[in-house]
Ligand binder design. Structure first.
Ligand SMILES: [Cu+2]
Length: 174
């Protein structure tokens, strides 16, 4: 099951109110993956680019880049005919374009590896990876990723599953 929630974080209350809402309403249930970029798009990435969560936990994508719109879009055949890079039993997601400060939230239930990209910036290596659970947990854990199904420069942008499992999150130095 995938739950989605999309909307602006700061609606009318300003920064302090949104910070309070983040602490009270969301922080305990969802882990944030920020969409970050420099002015004029010189550098751009998901941050963290790799994240480990327990099955059923939620991830919230938030556009923290004041100068660009971004998407979080799962690699799967159902969405634009892309290669399958999420577990077979899982449903893909597409946040649609998020304006600055907008967010999109999903809960991931099926154990395995979920690779995703940003529609306008995939070519610049704006991709990420979420690992749900651990290999061997319950025997369901899956990684669907064919070598060569994406261009080499994009494949090189994914952190390894081993690194995500050992570190929990792979932050990006800004
Ligand atoms: Cu982007």
């Amino acid at each position: 099951m995938i739950l989605t929630r999309r909307g602006a974080l700061a609606t009318g209350g300003g920064f302090a109110a949104s910070l309070l809402a983040a602490r009270v309403g969301f922080a305990a249930t969802a882990t944030e993956i920020a969409m970050r970029g420099t002015n004029y798009g010189g550098r751009i990435s998901f941050d963290p680019v790799g994240l480990w969560i327990e099955p059923g936990q939620s991830v919230r994508f938030v556009n923290r880049d004041g100068g660009n719109t971004h998407t979080s879009t799962a690699y799967c055949p159902d969405i634009d005919g892309r290669p399958l890079r999420i577990p077979s039993g899982a449903k893909g997601w597409d946040s649609d374009y998020l304006e600055p400060d907008q967010a999109f939230e999903i809960a991931l239930e099926v154990p395995g590896v979920y690779d995703f990209y940003c529609r306008p910036h995939e070519h610049a290596g704006m991709v990420g990876r979420i690992v749900v659970g651990r290999p061997g947990d319950g025997g369901q854990w899956q990684q669907n990723a064919e070598v060569g199904d994406l261009p080499p420069e994009i494949l090189a942008a994914f952190p390894t599953v081993d690194d995500i499992l050992s570190m929990g999150r792979i932050a990006v130095a800004w």
